[in-house]
Design a protein around this ligand. Structure first.
Ligand code: FAD
Ligand code: FES
Ligand code: MG
Length: 280
């Protein structure tokens, strides 16, 4: 049982929760995630990245977007309530070193998992630029936190309601075309965004690390649900990743697999929103 200590709504669809998980808070490193199971009666397990942790307080910060049934159920929980199971830390920590200059790109909810990586890259002595992308102003998250650590923060929204107008690949391309170009790019966000970040960096021979968000069931390498093709190899994102060399990831296959249960997910989402008294 893991008690929810705090809950904040960061935007219309994004929530931040601080939960008790003392042993994970001590062990976790940047880039790792947990599998949570809200309750054993409605037992779906979902992966969420550890956005931050406080080892002294014994807490983890999770930031999630309400996309379907489980994330809606989680958002409906209030401080004092419990999450039945939290398993972790899972996945390999991010490879952190002094690369020189690193450009970190986060799209939508991907900005939250990017935050511990930005902190760790900065601590390792890198010059860190951050690009935060969102559909509109209301969906921009973690800007202040990023500004506390990064050397430069660029915000860009699809509709231009905040920051620059456009998509993250525009400032990414500008940075890659500059001299000197970044030594590494890191991208976390919707698969389609990561795919286009990969194309942009490939043009300029900039290495890119992406954090993949495939469907996961057990999170420990046993079910094969999270498999992806990287180069000519099959990899399991939960144990071999979640981070991979973006230039070798087959994003099209990954996106196809992520749509496998779309019909069932939509039906569950509608049912869940009705139960919670939300507009369908
Ligand atoms: P559903 O309606 O069931 O699914 C919506 C979409 O989410 C699906 O189409 C599918 O593409 C994906 N999805 C569904 N079930 C799973 C599953 N079991 N595992 C993974 N993806 C699934 N989201 C956040 O908001 N914050 C995070 O910090 C975060 N970190 C992640 C870290 C990793 C390593 C991975 C793999 C995913 C992460 N995600 C994160 C995505 C999050 O797990 C999904 O949004 C969540 O599982 C959706 O569940 P649902 O029941 O609410 O939605
Ligand atoms: Fe089952 Fe990765 S989630 S093998
Ligand atoms: Mg679900």
């Amino acid at each position: 049982m893991n008690r929810i200590i705090e809950k904040k709504q960061l935007s219309a669809e994004v929530f931040e929760m601080v939960v008790e998980a003392p042993r994970i808070a001590i062990a976790r490193r940047a880039g790792q995630f947990v599998m949570i199971q809200i309750d054993t009666e409605w037992g779906e397990r979902i992966p969420l990245t550890i956005a931050d942790a406080d080892a002294e307080r014994g807490t983890l910060t999770l930031v999630f977007q309400t996309v379907g049934a489980t994330t809606h159920r989680l958002a409906a929980k209030t401080p004092g309530a419990c999450i039945e199971n939290i398993l972790g830390p899972l996945g390999n920590p991010t490879h952190i070193q002094n690369f020189g200059s690193v450009i970190c790109v986060g799209g939508g909810i991907g900005v939250a998992p990017l935050f511990p990586i930005v902190q760790a890259m900065k601590d390792a002595g890198n010059h860190v630029s951050v690009i935060i992308g969102a559909r509109n102003k209301d969906l921009v998250i973690f800007e202040d936190r990023m500004r506390r650590f990064a050397d430069e923060v660029i915000v860009i929204t699809d509709d231009g309601s905040y920051g620059k107008k456009g998509v993250v690949t525009i400032p990414l391309k500008e940075h890659c075309a500059a001299t000197p170009k970044p030594n590494l790019a890191v991208a976390i966000g919707p698969p389609i965004m990561m795919k286009f970040c990969e194309k942009t960096t490939a043009e300029f021979d900039v290495p890119i690390m992406v954090s993949l968000n495939t469907i996961m069931i057990d999170g420990t390498g046993m079910c094969g649900g999270c498999r992806v093709t990287v180069g000519d190899e099959t990899k399991f994102v939960c144990v071999d990743g979640p981070e991979f060399d973006g230039h070798h990831v087959d994003f099209d296959n990954m996106m196809l697999r992520m749509r496998s249960y779309r019909e069932r997910e939509t039906a569950d989402r509608h049912k869940c929103r009705l139960e919670l008294g939300l507009e369908v």
